[in-house]
Ligand binder design. Sequence first.
Ligand code: PLP
Length: 386
Amino acid sequence: MKTSELIYLDNNATTRVDPAVVDEMLPYLTELYGNPSSGYRFGQQVGKALDKARERVAHLIGCEPGEVIFTSCGTESTNAAINSALLMDRDRQHIVTTRVEHSATLKHCETLAKQGHEVTWLGVDEKGQIDLHELEKAIRPDTAIVTVMWANNETGVLFPIHEIAEIVRKKHVLFHTDAVQAVGKIPLNLAESKINFLSLSGHKLHCPKGVGVLYVNKRTKFAPYLIGGGQENGKRAGTQNVASIVALGKACEVAGHNLHHEKTVVRKLRDEFEKGVLTQIEGAHVNGDTEHRLPNTSNLAFEGIDSEGALMLLDQNHICCSSGSACTTGSVHASHVLKAMGLSDERARASLRFSFSRFNTHAEVEKALEIMPKVIGKLRRIAMAA
Ligand code: PLP
């Protein structure tokens, strides 16, 4: 199948690389292969490209370039922030997080719990929101870190991160946010925030896979996760993935220019699709808070269908979307996020996530709206006959 035939509505799983990003990274895969840490000009030139990328990332998230650490992915950044907090103070080994985090946090905290750390898991209501009083009460004198995602990858639900950061700071505890799904989709400004750590990932904002960032506030002590050379100001050893970092810098610059587009055009595409589905298909419902939500995400439940079957039929019609998050696709478990929101197993298993980007078009939405009722109708007929 040609990529041009695809209707790619799975942009929370990964995104198409922007051609402008590819153009900018290519020289660092060919003639500019110097080591950025080398003392001669051929290497220093590459080092300067890293500086530029750092400035561009910092500009997008409203921090200082020195607060940007390049990593290999969002998962590494998230793991590194939590581990650092635990290493900083032996008397503080308790973690507070939510039940709806991405597996980068969830599985890491489960592993830490097995190793003897105490973890408090905050639940969510039917809209996918946490209770801030409960969060405040969960913080203890021995809490090392509170980690709460900015935007949920499955539902797009946004948590009030600045408010949460204020509460956590008042308790003199470190705060990390997994902003992998938020960066590039909504404006973030860390300058005035009380956030200590933030994670982001390149492949969610039209950059290649395998590069991420951990923001560490300049007043926050940090214990490195990877130990070795002095790269990244001693905060993350290992020769940098130069071409991908250059790409991430460009992707952040382009994302900054497109924030208004995300809020208007991408949101309109999502809303048009969602409205079309809800009016054309009976027994379809939106999962999660529609008021505090990313502009690109729509998580929909269709009564009487199985989402795995829907994925296959939609795939045959060249539509890519997701049931649960991409990282758990293939597992037969109902989404932990939808379950935490109190949805029945049946409704969770009947849910699909559609996520849009600036590379989607109105024509694609129209085509998808033609296909959706046919696919859902077919699935319901099959289920009835079984
Ligand atoms: N956090 C969230 C919310 C995500 O959606 C993802 C990826 O899907 C990650 C973390 C992990 O990022 P990466 O794939 O760069 O490790």
